[in-house]
Design a protein around this ligand. Structure first.
Ligand code: BGC
Length: 429
């Protein structure tokens, strides 16, 4: 990597990134592939009608008017999604055209191990071809092993709560690594464990919709164990591998001028969202990741919303400065850092270019202050199935017409492409 001095440009509006910086986008199997059969696909079918009813109370009027799809039960069924399983070459052609030199995707566990202990060679061959297609187009693969979906046999045994979750997960990780080790260097074991703990076990909105603080508490250790076992399994078959997990990191701000009461809430929220998984996996990460979407404002004892702040289509506040504070904090770990997700739902594509540039500006500042950031993955390459919210939130650099499956590159994707291709951000506003 370049020295800090080399990335500081005299022209203040032109920010140069370190040589070899990785530029790309991310996806996950269940959200784009289509045709998956796992605990989410089953839950969607059972809950589509309920989710329609919930939408009425959950979203603001402007969102309901803009996205009437949220009142159609089909919106909540992943079904064929983007059919990326069959169209990955077409999608990677687009990524290549957009100047990406890295791509993050996930392997669907339920395809590779559809029955307990029985691995499907055909599916491994599929993912071998996916990786080959990336390499042929000059993109480094970042492979996620678990992006929230469990095979049905595992779900019957208790899913992530099973005492043997780490055993099953590391056995699967080892199988995949043994088969793909020659073509993959970067492995991400588990995607955002704390999002699953919060949404499935505390807020009751994702499967298995079990509101239980005890289960939530135990899951931290269970996910940490799964990561560590998988870390060891991957390293046992491939010494050159780099292994980490994908961590969602929130930014926090207190509301009152005298902040100590708000700070108490922030202390606990920050510990359970940002810190605990990192502490529990200490020593078992070859790199760190940042997945940044949320800026949380606290007015003791809870989170609040301020109406005058810029938001995306999901009404999430956009706060680019937050990523800088997160990165500065991670510096102490002295590990390479990849921004493995950062993005927004913006169907009209009117905010995406500025969103990306603003975040990159802060990331660049962190790099210039010695934080070892080595790559940025926009979420997501394609519009996709946004879990319990279904298809209406549009995160893609590429727009998907879900009737025809036609792909259309959004204007902001070309703006991001300029940055990827030149390794430099022209910041002209
Ligand atoms: C997840 C993605 C999701 C994105 C936007 C991340 O937390 O990893 O699967 O689509 O956020 O909500």
């Amino acid at each position: 990597m370049d020295t800090i001095a080399m990335i500081i440009n005299k022209d203040k509006n032109k920010l140069k990134f370190p040589r070899g910086f990785l530029w790309g986008a991310a996806t996950s199997s269940h959200q784009v592939e289509g045709g998956t059969k796992n605990q989410w696909s089953e839950w969607e079918k059972e809950n589509a009608n309920k989710l329609v009813k919930l939408a009425e109370a959950k979203w603001q009027d402007w969102q309901k008017n803009k996205f009437p799809e949220m009142f159609n039960p089909q919106n909540y069924i992943s079904g064929q999604a983007c059919d990326h399983y069959n169209r990955y070459e077409e999608d990677f052609n687009i990524a290549k055209e957009l100047g990406h030199n890295v791509h993050r995707f996930s392997i669907e566990w339920s395809r590779v191990e559809p029955e307990e202990g029985k691995f499907d060679e055909k599916e491994i061959e599929h993912y071998r071809n996916v990786i080959k297609a990336l390499r042929e187009r000059g993109m480094e693969p970042f492979v996620t092993l678990w992006h929230w979906t469990n095979p049905l046999w595992l779900e019957e045994k208790g899913g992530c709560e099973s005492k043997k979750f780490s055993f099953y997960f590391s056995r699967y990780a080892k199988f995949v690594a043994e088969n793909l080790k020659d073509d993959v260097k970067f492995w991400i074991t588990i995607n955002e464990p704390t999002s699953v703990i919060a949404s499935a076990y505390m807020q009751n909105s994702w499967p298995p919709q079990k509101k239980s603080l005890i289960a939530a508490w135990k899951l931290y250790r269970s996910f940490a164990r799964a990561h560590i076992e998988a870390y060891k399994a991957i390293h046992s078959v491939s010494k050159k591998s780099k292994v980490g997990f994908a961590n969602i990191l929130h930014s926090f701000k207190s509301y009152h001028k005298i902040t100590w009461m708000d700070d108490v809430s922030i202390f606990f929220a920050r510990y359970f969202t940002n810190r605990r998984m990192l502490n529990l996996t200490h020593g078992y990460n070859d790199f760190l990741t940042v997945q940044y979407y949320f800026h949380n404002r606290f007015k003791f004892p809870r989170k609040i919303r301020l109406n005058d702040k810029p938001v995306n289509d999901l009404n999430w506040e956009m706060y680019p400065h937050g990523i800088y504070r997160i990165l500065k904090h991670l510096k102490q770990h002295k590990l390479p850092i990849y921004i493995t997700e950062n993005g927004l739902a913006d169907a009209g594509d009117s905010k995406r270019e500025k969103f990306i540039k603003d975040h990159l500006k802060w990331i660049h500042k962190a790099i210039s202050e010695g934080v070892d950031v080595r790559g940025y993955f926009y979420w997501s390459l394609l519009d996709n199935f946004e879990w319990d919210k279904g298809f209406w939130p549009r995160f893609g650099l590429v727009e998907i017409n879900y009737d025809t499956l036609e792909r259309k590159i959004r204007p902001s994707a070309w703006k991001y492409a300029e940055i990827c291709k030149s390794n430099e951000l022209k910041y002209d506003y």
